[in-house]
Design a protein around this ligand. Structure first.
Ligand code: C2O
Ligand code: CU
Ligand code: CU
Length: 555
Protein backbone atom coordinates (compact mmCIF):
# COMPACT_ATOMS: atom_id res chain seq x y z
CA UNK A 1 0.00 0.00 0.00
CA UNK A 2 1.49 3.33 -0.96
CA UNK A 3 1.89 5.95 1.67
CA UNK A 4 -0.89 8.12 0.25
CA UNK A 5 -3.44 5.39 -0.03
CA UNK A 6 -2.52 4.23 3.45
CA UNK A 7 -3.15 7.71 4.75
CA UNK A 8 -6.49 7.93 2.91
CA UNK A 9 -7.32 4.55 4.23
CA UNK A 10 -6.59 5.46 7.83
CA UNK A 11 -8.82 8.50 7.48
CA UNK A 12 -11.75 6.16 7.00
CA UNK A 13 -11.65 5.53 10.69
CA UNK A 14 -11.29 2.87 13.24
CA UNK A 15 -13.95 0.50 11.93
CA UNK A 16 -12.43 0.08 8.51
CA UNK A 17 -8.97 -0.18 9.97
CA UNK A 18 -10.03 -3.02 12.14
CA UNK A 19 -11.44 -4.86 9.13
CA UNK A 20 -8.10 -4.43 7.38
CA UNK A 21 -6.07 -5.62 10.33
CA UNK A 22 -8.35 -8.54 10.87
CA UNK A 23 -7.85 -9.55 7.24
CA UNK A 24 -4.12 -9.04 7.56
CA UNK A 25 -3.94 -11.02 10.76
CA UNK A 26 -5.93 -13.87 9.25
CA UNK A 27 -3.80 -13.84 6.15
CA UNK A 28 -0.70 -14.11 8.27
CA UNK A 29 -1.57 -16.73 10.76
CA UNK A 30 -4.65 -18.42 9.36
CA UNK A 31 -6.42 -17.84 12.68
CA UNK A 32 -8.04 -14.83 14.26
CA UNK A 33 -7.70 -15.97 17.86
CA UNK A 34 -4.75 -13.73 18.59
CA UNK A 35 -5.31 -10.09 19.50
CA UNK A 36 -5.56 -7.80 16.50
CA UNK A 37 -2.74 -5.36 16.41
CA UNK A 38 -1.42 -2.62 14.21
CA UNK A 39 1.57 -3.36 12.04
CA UNK A 40 4.27 -0.78 11.35
CA UNK A 41 3.25 -0.68 7.67
CA UNK A 42 -0.05 0.89 8.68
CA UNK A 43 1.53 3.97 10.16
CA UNK A 44 3.04 6.81 8.15
CA UNK A 45 6.56 7.47 9.30
CA UNK A 46 8.17 10.77 10.14
CA UNK A 47 5.02 12.87 9.83
CA UNK A 48 4.86 14.08 13.45
CA UNK A 49 7.38 16.33 15.20
CA UNK A 50 9.31 14.86 18.12
CA UNK A 51 7.68 15.83 21.42
CA UNK A 52 10.08 17.12 24.07
CA UNK A 53 8.90 16.35 27.60
CA UNK A 54 8.08 19.45 29.62
CA UNK A 55 10.30 20.51 32.51
CA UNK A 56 8.66 19.95 35.85
CA UNK A 57 8.19 23.18 37.80
CA UNK A 58 8.67 23.26 41.56
CA UNK A 59 5.69 24.49 43.58
CA UNK A 60 8.00 25.83 46.22
CA UNK A 61 11.57 26.37 47.27
CA UNK A 62 13.54 26.18 50.48
CA UNK A 63 17.06 27.32 51.13
CA UNK A 64 18.55 24.02 50.03
CA UNK A 65 15.62 22.22 48.38
CA UNK A 66 13.13 22.39 45.53
CA UNK A 67 9.65 21.05 46.24
CA UNK A 68 7.66 19.19 43.61
CA UNK A 69 4.28 17.56 43.42
CA UNK A 70 3.71 14.76 40.92
CA UNK A 71 0.30 13.24 40.35
CA UNK A 72 -0.12 9.92 38.60
CA UNK A 73 -3.25 9.96 36.49
CA UNK A 74 -4.97 8.18 33.66
CA UNK A 75 -5.43 10.23 30.50
CA UNK A 76 -5.70 9.97 26.75
CA UNK A 77 -3.28 11.18 24.14
CA UNK A 78 -2.52 10.54 20.49
CA UNK A 79 0.68 8.62 19.90
CA UNK A 80 0.48 9.58 16.23
CA UNK A 81 -1.56 12.24 14.43
CA UNK A 82 -3.35 9.59 12.37
CA UNK A 83 -4.43 7.53 15.35
CA UNK A 84 -7.24 8.03 17.84
CA UNK A 85 -6.12 8.90 21.39
CA UNK A 86 -4.56 6.14 23.47
CA UNK A 87 -5.41 5.55 27.12
CA UNK A 88 -2.24 5.99 29.18
CA UNK A 89 -0.98 6.38 32.72
CA UNK A 90 1.35 9.26 33.26
CA UNK A 91 3.08 11.45 35.79
CA UNK A 92 1.26 14.79 35.67
CA UNK A 93 -0.80 13.42 32.77
CA UNK A 94 2.21 13.26 30.49
CA UNK A 95 3.90 10.46 28.61
CA UNK A 96 6.78 10.26 29.13
CA UNK A 97 6.55 12.09 32.42
CA UNK A 98 7.84 15.65 32.77
CA UNK A 99 11.59 16.05 33.16
CA UNK A 100 13.13 16.83 36.55
CA UNK A 101 16.02 19.27 36.35
CA UNK A 102 18.11 18.92 39.49
CA UNK A 103 21.31 20.57 40.58
CA UNK A 104 24.01 18.76 42.54
CA UNK A 105 23.82 19.65 46.23
CA UNK A 106 20.23 20.95 46.03
CA UNK A 107 17.76 18.53 47.49
CA UNK A 108 14.62 17.57 45.57
CA UNK A 109 11.53 16.74 47.59
CA UNK A 110 8.63 15.13 45.80
CA UNK A 111 5.09 14.54 46.91
CA UNK A 112 4.15 11.55 44.74
CA UNK A 113 0.37 11.22 44.57
CA UNK A 114 -1.55 8.26 43.23
CA UNK A 115 -4.69 9.50 41.43
CA UNK A 116 -5.04 6.44 39.23
CA UNK A 117 -8.35 4.60 38.83
CA UNK A 118 -9.08 1.39 40.74
CA UNK A 119 -8.81 -0.76 37.65
CA UNK A 120 -5.57 -1.52 35.86
CA UNK A 121 -5.05 -0.79 32.16
CA UNK A 122 -3.89 -4.39 31.72
CA UNK A 123 -4.84 -7.74 33.20
CA UNK A 124 -2.69 -8.43 36.27
CA UNK A 125 -1.25 -11.90 36.74
CA UNK A 126 -2.06 -12.51 40.39
CA UNK A 127 -0.06 -15.76 40.50
CA UNK A 128 3.19 -13.84 40.93
CA UNK A 129 4.60 -13.38 44.40
CA UNK A 130 3.69 -9.94 45.59
CA UNK A 131 0.74 -9.63 43.20
CA UNK A 132 -1.46 -12.17 44.96
CA UNK A 133 -4.66 -11.08 46.65
CA UNK A 134 -5.21 -9.19 48.88
CA UNK A 135 -2.70 -6.94 47.05
CA UNK A 136 -4.83 -4.49 45.06
CA UNK A 137 -4.23 -4.52 41.30
CA UNK A 138 -3.59 -0.77 41.12
CA UNK A 139 -0.62 0.23 43.23
CA UNK A 140 2.47 2.25 42.50
CA UNK A 141 5.80 3.24 43.95
CA UNK A 142 8.12 5.64 42.14
CA UNK A 143 11.89 5.11 41.99
CA UNK A 144 14.57 7.49 40.75
CA UNK A 145 16.89 5.16 38.92
CA UNK A 146 20.57 5.88 39.53
CA UNK A 147 19.97 8.17 42.48
CA UNK A 148 21.88 7.75 45.74
CA UNK A 149 19.04 8.09 48.18
CA UNK A 150 18.02 6.95 51.63
CA UNK A 151 16.29 3.57 51.57
CA UNK A 152 13.05 5.22 52.77
CA UNK A 153 12.94 7.33 49.58
CA UNK A 154 14.28 4.69 47.22
CA UNK A 155 10.92 3.33 46.13
CA UNK A 156 11.39 -0.27 47.19
CA UNK A 157 8.95 -2.57 45.33
CA UNK A 158 7.08 -3.55 48.50
CA UNK A 159 6.50 0.11 49.50
CA UNK A 160 3.66 0.50 47.01
CA UNK A 161 0.64 2.68 47.71
CA UNK A 162 -2.89 2.71 46.39
CA UNK A 163 -5.09 5.29 44.62
CA UNK A 164 -5.82 8.15 47.00
CA UNK A 165 -2.52 7.73 48.84
CA UNK A 166 0.78 9.57 48.47
CA UNK A 167 4.37 9.51 49.70
CA UNK A 168 6.96 12.20 50.25
CA UNK A 169 10.42 11.24 49.01
CA UNK A 170 13.73 13.10 49.22
CA UNK A 171 16.56 13.05 46.72
CA UNK A 172 19.76 14.68 48.02
CA UNK A 173 21.44 14.89 44.56
CA UNK A 174 24.79 14.43 46.21
CA UNK A 175 26.47 12.81 43.19
CA UNK A 176 27.88 13.85 39.79
CA UNK A 177 25.74 15.22 36.97
CA UNK A 178 24.06 12.37 35.10
CA UNK A 179 21.16 11.25 32.94
CA UNK A 180 18.99 9.64 35.60
CA UNK A 181 15.39 8.62 35.11
CA UNK A 182 12.36 7.77 37.19
CA UNK A 183 9.81 5.04 36.80
CA UNK A 184 7.35 2.93 38.70
CA UNK A 185 8.66 -0.04 40.68
CA UNK A 186 5.60 -1.66 42.29
CA UNK A 187 6.12 -5.29 43.26
CA UNK A 188 5.40 -7.77 40.47
CA UNK A 189 3.58 -5.23 38.26
CA UNK A 190 6.47 -2.93 37.35
CA UNK A 191 6.30 -4.19 33.76
CA UNK A 192 2.62 -3.20 33.51
CA UNK A 193 2.94 0.17 35.25
CA UNK A 194 5.94 1.24 33.20
CA UNK A 195 4.30 -0.06 30.02
CA UNK A 196 1.21 2.01 30.82
CA UNK A 197 3.42 5.11 30.69
CA UNK A 198 4.98 5.66 34.13
CA UNK A 199 8.53 6.78 33.36
CA UNK A 200 10.40 10.03 32.74
CA UNK A 201 13.77 11.78 32.78
CA UNK A 202 15.61 13.10 35.84
CA UNK A 203 18.53 15.22 34.64
CA UNK A 204 21.05 15.98 37.33
CA UNK A 205 23.46 18.82 36.56
CA UNK A 206 26.54 20.12 38.35
CA UNK A 207 28.90 23.10 38.04
CA UNK A 208 31.61 21.06 36.33
CA UNK A 209 29.23 19.94 33.59
CA UNK A 210 27.60 23.37 33.32
CA UNK A 211 31.01 24.96 32.72
CA UNK A 212 31.73 22.67 29.81
CA UNK A 213 30.04 24.46 26.92
CA UNK A 214 28.03 21.38 25.98
CA UNK A 215 25.02 21.85 23.68
CA UNK A 216 22.16 23.12 25.83
CA UNK A 217 18.65 24.55 25.53
CA UNK A 218 17.12 23.64 22.16
CA UNK A 219 20.31 21.73 21.33
CA UNK A 220 20.02 19.24 24.19
CA UNK A 221 17.42 16.60 23.34
CA UNK A 222 16.22 13.82 25.65
CA UNK A 223 15.21 10.68 23.74
CA UNK A 224 13.26 7.96 25.56
CA UNK A 225 13.06 4.82 23.40
CA UNK A 226 10.30 2.29 23.95
CA UNK A 227 8.50 -0.40 22.02
CA UNK A 228 4.75 -0.82 22.20
CA UNK A 229 1.92 -2.74 20.59
CA UNK A 230 -1.43 -1.18 19.72
CA UNK A 231 -4.78 -2.78 19.03
CA UNK A 232 -7.15 -1.76 16.26
CA UNK A 233 -8.51 1.03 18.42
CA UNK A 234 -4.95 2.34 19.00
CA UNK A 235 -5.04 1.16 22.61
CA UNK A 236 -1.95 -0.30 24.26
CA UNK A 237 -1.76 -4.05 24.08
CA UNK A 238 0.48 -5.87 26.51
CA UNK A 239 1.13 -9.25 24.93
CA UNK A 240 4.22 -10.95 26.31
CA UNK A 241 5.66 -14.07 24.70
CA UNK A 242 7.51 -17.22 25.62
CA UNK A 243 11.22 -17.47 24.81
CA UNK A 244 10.37 -19.18 21.51
CA UNK A 245 8.11 -16.30 20.49
CA UNK A 246 4.78 -18.04 21.06
CA UNK A 247 2.06 -16.00 22.73
CA UNK A 248 1.40 -16.32 26.44
CA UNK A 249 -2.27 -16.81 27.41
CA UNK A 250 -3.85 -13.42 27.93
CA UNK A 251 -3.34 -11.97 31.39
CA UNK A 252 -0.52 -14.35 32.28
CA UNK A 253 3.08 -13.45 32.98
CA UNK A 254 5.50 -14.11 30.12
CA UNK A 255 9.30 -13.91 30.15
CA UNK A 256 9.57 -11.11 27.58
CA UNK A 257 7.62 -8.41 25.79
CA UNK A 258 8.54 -7.03 22.38
CA UNK A 259 6.37 -4.40 20.74
CA UNK A 260 6.24 -4.05 16.98
CA UNK A 261 6.06 -0.23 17.09
CA UNK A 262 8.83 2.12 18.22
CA UNK A 263 8.05 5.21 20.28
CA UNK A 264 10.43 8.08 20.88
CA UNK A 265 9.30 10.37 23.68
CA UNK A 266 5.88 8.79 23.38
CA UNK A 267 5.50 9.42 19.63
CA UNK A 268 5.47 6.90 16.79
CA UNK A 269 8.21 7.52 14.23
CA UNK A 270 8.66 11.25 14.91
CA UNK A 271 11.08 13.64 13.23
CA UNK A 272 13.11 16.56 14.54
CA UNK A 273 14.28 19.50 12.42
CA UNK A 274 17.82 20.43 13.45
CA UNK A 275 20.48 23.03 12.68
CA UNK A 276 23.85 22.08 11.17
CA UNK A 277 25.73 22.09 14.48
CA UNK A 278 26.50 19.97 17.57
CA UNK A 279 23.58 18.45 19.47
CA UNK A 280 23.56 16.63 22.76
CA UNK A 281 21.24 13.60 22.84
CA UNK A 282 20.32 12.06 26.18
CA UNK A 283 19.27 8.60 25.10
CA UNK A 284 17.39 6.28 27.46
CA UNK A 285 16.17 2.78 26.74
CA UNK A 286 13.00 2.63 28.82
CA UNK A 287 11.61 -0.46 27.09
CA UNK A 288 10.53 -3.51 29.06
CA UNK A 289 12.67 -6.15 27.31
CA UNK A 290 14.04 -4.70 24.11
CA UNK A 291 17.70 -3.87 23.46
CA UNK A 292 18.68 -1.20 20.96
CA UNK A 293 21.89 -1.10 18.97
CA UNK A 294 21.65 2.43 17.70
CA UNK A 295 23.26 4.17 14.77
CA UNK A 296 22.67 7.33 12.79
CA UNK A 297 22.06 6.52 9.16
CA UNK A 298 22.17 8.76 6.09
CA UNK A 299 20.84 6.01 3.81
CA UNK A 300 17.33 6.56 2.45
CA UNK A 301 15.86 3.28 3.58
CA UNK A 302 16.76 0.60 6.12
CA UNK A 303 17.42 -1.87 3.30
CA UNK A 304 20.03 0.38 1.63
CA UNK A 305 23.68 -0.02 2.55
CA UNK A 306 24.01 2.05 5.74
CA UNK A 307 25.98 5.27 5.62
CA UNK A 308 26.82 6.06 9.20
CA UNK A 309 27.28 9.38 10.92
CA UNK A 310 29.89 8.91 13.63
CA UNK A 311 29.27 10.40 17.03
CA UNK A 312 30.74 10.66 20.51
CA UNK A 313 29.44 9.20 23.71
CA UNK A 314 30.33 11.59 26.52
CA UNK A 315 28.43 10.05 29.41
CA UNK A 316 27.07 6.73 30.65
CA UNK A 317 24.45 5.98 33.32
CA UNK A 318 26.15 7.73 36.23
CA UNK A 319 27.83 10.72 34.63
CA UNK A 320 30.49 11.90 32.22
CA UNK A 321 33.03 9.44 30.82
CA UNK A 322 36.75 10.07 31.49
CA UNK A 323 36.90 11.18 27.87
CA UNK A 324 34.48 11.23 24.93
CA UNK A 325 34.33 7.88 23.13
CA UNK A 326 34.07 8.05 19.31
CA UNK A 327 31.49 5.53 18.13
CA UNK A 328 29.53 4.30 15.12
CA UNK A 329 26.99 2.33 17.11
CA UNK A 330 25.90 2.14 20.71
CA UNK A 331 24.15 -0.76 22.45
CA UNK A 332 21.60 0.00 25.17
CA UNK A 333 19.90 -2.65 27.25
CA UNK A 334 16.71 -1.73 29.14
CA UNK A 335 17.43 1.10 31.64
CA UNK A 336 20.85 2.01 30.20
CA UNK A 337 21.52 5.59 29.11
CA UNK A 338 23.95 7.11 26.64
CA UNK A 339 24.82 10.80 26.63
CA UNK A 340 25.77 11.50 23.00
CA UNK A 341 27.15 14.39 20.98
CA UNK A 342 26.20 14.33 17.33
CA UNK A 343 27.53 16.81 14.79
CA UNK A 344 25.06 17.79 12.07
CA UNK A 345 27.34 20.44 10.57
CA UNK A 346 28.16 19.72 6.95
CA UNK A 347 24.92 17.75 6.65
CA UNK A 348 22.74 20.66 5.50
CA UNK A 349 19.66 19.37 3.69
CA UNK A 350 20.33 15.75 4.67
CA UNK A 351 18.17 13.39 6.67
CA UNK A 352 19.66 11.25 9.41
CA UNK A 353 17.61 8.29 10.61
CA UNK A 354 18.08 7.03 14.13
CA UNK A 355 18.30 3.32 13.36
CA UNK A 356 18.55 0.08 15.28
CA UNK A 357 19.78 -3.40 14.45
CA UNK A 358 19.55 -5.22 17.76
CA UNK A 359 17.66 -8.51 17.43
CA UNK A 360 14.73 -9.32 19.71
CA UNK A 361 15.18 -11.27 21.86
CA UNK A 362 18.77 -10.21 22.46
CA UNK A 363 21.27 -11.57 21.58
CA UNK A 364 19.24 -14.41 20.07
CA UNK A 365 22.32 -16.61 19.56
CA UNK A 366 20.29 -19.78 19.92
CA UNK A 367 17.74 -18.67 17.32
CA UNK A 368 17.99 -19.00 13.57
CA UNK A 369 16.29 -15.67 13.04
CA UNK A 370 15.00 -12.91 15.28
CA UNK A 371 11.50 -13.78 16.42
CA UNK A 372 10.14 -10.27 16.76
CA UNK A 373 9.87 -7.10 14.72
CA UNK A 374 13.39 -5.65 14.54
CA UNK A 375 12.35 -1.93 14.59
CA UNK A 376 15.06 -0.80 12.13
CA UNK A 377 13.93 2.84 12.12
CA UNK A 378 13.03 4.94 15.17
CA UNK A 379 13.04 8.61 14.17
CA UNK A 380 14.48 11.12 11.73
CA UNK A 381 16.66 14.17 12.16
CA UNK A 382 16.25 16.60 9.28
CA UNK A 383 19.02 19.12 8.91
CA UNK A 384 16.73 21.82 7.52
CA UNK A 385 17.05 24.70 9.99
CA UNK A 386 19.54 27.52 9.43
CA UNK A 387 22.13 28.15 12.13
CA UNK A 388 20.20 30.54 14.32
CA UNK A 389 23.11 31.89 16.33
CA UNK A 390 26.86 32.13 16.17
CA UNK A 391 27.17 30.32 19.47
CA UNK A 392 29.32 27.21 19.21
CA UNK A 393 29.49 24.21 21.51
CA UNK A 394 32.25 21.74 22.12
CA UNK A 395 32.98 18.22 23.27
CA UNK A 396 33.88 17.96 26.96
CA UNK A 397 37.54 17.97 27.92
CA UNK A 398 38.77 14.77 29.64
CA UNK A 399 37.88 14.57 33.32
CA UNK A 400 39.55 12.88 36.22
CA UNK A 401 37.68 9.69 37.03
CA UNK A 402 39.54 7.36 39.40
CA UNK A 403 39.44 3.70 38.30
CA UNK A 404 38.65 1.24 41.04
CA UNK A 405 40.93 -1.78 41.28
CA UNK A 406 40.15 -5.42 41.95
CA UNK A 407 42.40 -5.19 45.01
CA UNK A 408 40.05 -2.54 46.47
CA UNK A 409 37.40 -5.23 46.95
CA UNK A 410 37.08 -6.73 50.44
CA UNK A 411 34.58 -9.41 49.37
CA UNK A 412 33.57 -11.20 46.19
CA UNK A 413 29.95 -12.17 45.73
CA UNK A 414 28.82 -14.51 42.95
CA UNK A 415 25.31 -14.42 41.54
CA UNK A 416 24.06 -17.15 39.23
CA UNK A 417 21.38 -16.06 36.79
CA UNK A 418 19.09 -18.89 35.74
CA UNK A 419 15.75 -19.55 34.11
CA UNK A 420 13.28 -22.13 35.38
CA UNK A 421 11.41 -24.07 32.72
CA UNK A 422 8.52 -26.48 32.90
CA UNK A 423 8.64 -29.76 30.95
CA UNK A 424 7.05 -28.06 27.93
CA UNK A 425 9.81 -25.48 27.71
CA UNK A 426 7.68 -22.68 29.13
CA UNK A 427 9.38 -20.20 31.36
CA UNK A 428 8.42 -20.26 35.03
CA UNK A 429 10.54 -17.24 35.81
CA UNK A 430 14.13 -16.14 36.18
CA UNK A 431 16.11 -16.27 39.36
CA UNK A 432 19.27 -15.08 41.01
CA UNK A 433 21.03 -17.90 42.91
CA UNK A 434 17.82 -19.93 42.75
CA UNK A 435 16.19 -17.65 45.30
CA UNK A 436 12.96 -15.70 45.27
CA UNK A 437 12.69 -12.01 46.05
CA UNK A 438 10.84 -12.81 49.24
CA UNK A 439 13.63 -15.05 50.58
CA UNK A 440 15.73 -13.64 53.41
CA UNK A 441 18.41 -11.05 52.69
CA UNK A 442 21.74 -12.77 52.07
CA UNK A 443 23.91 -9.85 50.95
CA UNK A 444 24.96 -7.45 53.69
CA UNK A 445 27.74 -5.19 52.39
CA UNK A 446 29.35 -2.81 54.88
CA UNK A 447 28.86 0.89 54.50
CA UNK A 448 31.93 2.45 52.88
CA UNK A 449 33.36 -0.85 51.65
CA UNK A 450 34.15 -1.89 48.09
CA UNK A 451 33.06 -5.29 46.82
CA UNK A 452 33.39 -7.37 43.70
CA UNK A 453 30.05 -8.56 42.31
CA UNK A 454 30.10 -11.25 39.65
CA UNK A 455 26.98 -12.08 37.65
CA UNK A 456 27.19 -15.51 36.03
CA UNK A 457 24.73 -15.89 33.16
CA UNK A 458 23.55 -19.46 32.52
CA UNK A 459 20.55 -18.40 30.39
CA UNK A 460 20.09 -17.69 26.66
CA UNK A 461 19.25 -14.02 27.24
CA UNK A 462 21.44 -11.02 27.83
CA UNK A 463 20.39 -9.43 31.13
CA UNK A 464 20.85 -5.75 32.09
CA UNK A 465 21.81 -6.01 35.78
CA UNK A 466 21.04 -3.00 37.97
CA UNK A 467 21.88 -2.08 41.56
CA UNK A 468 20.06 0.56 43.53
CA UNK A 469 21.93 3.14 45.67
CA UNK A 470 25.25 2.87 43.85
CA UNK A 471 27.10 3.79 40.71
CA UNK A 472 29.60 1.03 39.99
CA UNK A 473 32.44 0.35 37.58
CA UNK A 474 32.66 -2.56 35.16
CA UNK A 475 35.96 -4.34 35.84
CA UNK A 476 35.76 -6.93 33.07
CA UNK A 477 33.68 -9.58 31.34
CA UNK A 478 34.86 -13.17 31.04
CA UNK A 479 33.60 -16.38 29.50
CA UNK A 480 33.12 -19.44 31.68
CA UNK A 481 33.02 -23.17 31.08
CA UNK A 482 29.35 -24.10 31.26
CA UNK A 483 30.08 -27.86 31.22
CA UNK A 484 32.31 -27.59 34.27
CA UNK A 485 29.77 -25.32 35.91
CA UNK A 486 26.98 -27.90 35.49
CA UNK A 487 29.02 -30.99 36.31
CA UNK A 488 30.80 -29.59 39.33
CA UNK A 489 27.92 -27.96 41.20
CA UNK A 490 28.47 -24.42 40.06
CA UNK A 491 32.25 -24.37 39.93
CA UNK A 492 33.22 -21.22 38.08
CA UNK A 493 36.01 -21.79 35.60
CA UNK A 494 36.76 -18.61 33.70
CA UNK A 495 37.85 -19.11 30.10
CA UNK A 496 39.06 -16.85 27.33
CA UNK A 497 40.54 -13.41 27.59
CA UNK A 498 39.44 -10.76 30.02
CA UNK A 499 37.41 -8.11 28.27
CA UNK A 500 37.78 -4.75 30.00
CA UNK A 501 34.96 -2.25 29.55
CA UNK A 502 34.84 -0.47 26.19
CA UNK A 503 35.68 3.27 26.36
CA UNK A 504 31.95 4.10 26.47
CA UNK A 505 31.54 1.91 29.58
CA UNK A 506 34.64 3.16 31.35
CA UNK A 507 32.69 5.54 33.61
CA UNK A 508 30.00 5.23 36.25
CA UNK A 509 27.27 2.72 35.53
CA UNK A 510 24.20 1.56 37.44
CA UNK A 511 23.09 -1.01 34.87
CA UNK A 512 25.37 -3.30 32.85
CA UNK A 513 24.64 -6.17 30.54
CA UNK A 514 25.81 -9.75 30.86
CA UNK A 515 25.64 -11.99 27.79
CA UNK A 516 24.86 -15.71 27.81
CA UNK A 517 27.78 -17.83 29.00
CA UNK A 518 29.50 -14.78 30.36
CA UNK A 519 30.48 -13.40 33.76
CA UNK A 520 30.05 -9.69 34.35
CA UNK A 521 32.45 -8.47 37.03
CA UNK A 522 31.68 -5.21 38.81
CA UNK A 523 33.42 -3.14 41.45
CA UNK A 524 30.92 -1.54 43.77
CA UNK A 525 31.43 0.90 46.61
CA UNK A 526 28.52 0.99 49.04
CA UNK A 527 28.42 4.64 49.98
CA UNK A 528 25.94 7.03 51.44
CA UNK A 529 23.34 5.08 53.40
CA UNK A 530 22.74 1.94 55.34
CA UNK A 531 19.48 0.10 54.84
CA UNK A 532 17.57 -2.08 52.44
CA UNK A 533 17.93 -1.80 48.65
CA UNK A 534 17.47 -4.09 45.67
CA UNK A 535 19.41 -5.38 42.68
CA UNK A 536 17.76 -6.92 39.69
CA UNK A 537 17.62 -7.56 36.02
CA UNK A 538 16.03 -4.53 34.35
CA UNK A 539 14.06 -6.51 31.82
CA UNK A 540 10.81 -5.64 33.53
CA UNK A 541 9.33 -9.08 32.91
CA UNK A 542 12.29 -10.68 34.67
CA UNK A 543 12.38 -8.38 37.67
CA UNK A 544 8.66 -8.89 38.19
CA UNK A 545 9.11 -12.64 38.50
CA UNK A 546 11.97 -13.06 40.96
CA UNK A 547 15.04 -11.91 39.02
CA UNK A 548 15.38 -9.38 41.80
CA UNK A 549 16.85 -9.67 45.29
CA UNK A 550 17.25 -7.38 48.27
CA UNK A 551 20.57 -6.33 49.78
CA UNK A 552 21.15 -4.47 52.99
CA UNK A 553 23.98 -2.05 53.63
CA UNK A 554 25.07 -2.37 57.25
CA UNK A 555 27.14 -0.13 59.46
CU1 C2O B 1 15.24 1.35 37.16
CU2 C2O B 1 15.08 -1.00 40.40
O1 C2O B 1 15.17 0.23 38.81
CU1 CU C 1 17.06 1.74 40.05
CU1 CU D 1 16.81 -10.60 32.71
Amino acid sequence: MSSTSRREFLKLGVGSVSAFVLAAAEGRSGAAAEPIFRTPEMIDRFTDPLPIPEKLKPYGKRKDADLFRVRMVEFRRQLHSQLPPTRLWGYEGQYPGPTFEALRGRRVEVEWENHLPLEHLFPVDTHLHGAMPPAPVVRVVPHVHGSRTDSLSDGLPEKWFVPGASVRYQYPNDQPAATLWYHDHAMSITRLNVYAGLSGFYLLRDPQELSMNLPSGAYEIPLALQDRMLDDGAQLLYAPTEDDGTAVPRGMWGPQFFGNLPLVNGALYPYLAVEPRLYRLRVLNSSNSRFFRLFFNLAQSPTDIPSLVRFHQIGSDGGLLPKPAPLERVLLGPAERADLILDFSGLEGRTVTLSNNAPAPFPGWSLLRPLHEPLPELMQFRVTLPRSSARTFSLPAPIDLPRMKASDAVTTRDFVLSENMDDKGRSLGMQIDGKAYADAVTELPKLGSTEMWRFINTTDDTHPMHLHLVQFQVLERRGFDFGVFVRQQGKLQLVGASRPPAPNEAGWKDTAIVNPNEVLILLVRFEGYTGRYVYHCHMAEHEDNDMMRPFEVVA
